[in-house]
Design a binder for this molecule. Sequence first.
Ligand code: HEM
Length: 215
Amino acid sequence: MRLPSLPKRFHTASVWALYALGLTPALWTFYLGATGQLVGNPVKIFEHLLGDWALRLLILTLMISPLRDLFGINWVRYRRALGLLAFYYVAMHFLTYMVLDKRLALDVIIEDIIKRWFITIGMAAFVALIPLALTSNRWSVRKLGPGWLKLHRLIYPIAAAGALHYCLSVKVIGPEQLIYAGLVTLLLGWRLARPRYMARKRATGRRPVRVTGMV
Ligand code: HEM
């Protein structure tokens, strides 16, 4: 069964729509917080929402390849937007932590990054995402050649670090953390199994789907 595909003339618009849709949870929750409509601790609610969406978007970015390889659903045109949205969410999550949560108390922030393991891991994932975000453009793909693909494979350890950061941020690991960690594990497993699967597909004469990048 094939999904009906979007006419080509709507491709660019659909990518912009994805950016707008992707940024909506952050903008809406910020608005609710700024107008006093968030019950409880608005800063924590906002910080957590940004972290949750960062992880969801990393997972969605990683799902694009298996969706195409396994089910023939080609949403590769959305991968860059999803990856960049994940980066924007991590950056907003980090800024919220620094500015709204810790009120720019640099000594506390540095101590947290050094001493609290889950924050050390989150920070490492954020730093590793920066070169990926900076090279998510056609010019960099051309300039870096095969190195681009190698660099962008960092998205796998980054997503794993994000899931670990989430698991370590809670006192008791519950179903939500297990679901996210399970999804990331499955996607990493797929990455390892993919070459054999594609080779078998080629051997049985089914047309393999060409991969041009993981992000
Ligand atoms: C790829 C990078 C990151 C991802 C995917 C991520 C994701 C998350 C997630 C999913 C949560 C839990 C939200 C919830 O409980 O609903 C969280 C919490 C948190 N993250 Fe991150 N994060 C990342 C990087 C960072 C960085 C760079 C920092 C700061 C240096 C940071 C600081 C925190 C803090 C302080 C919490 C809240 C802990 C608490 O008070 O319960 N994170 N993050």
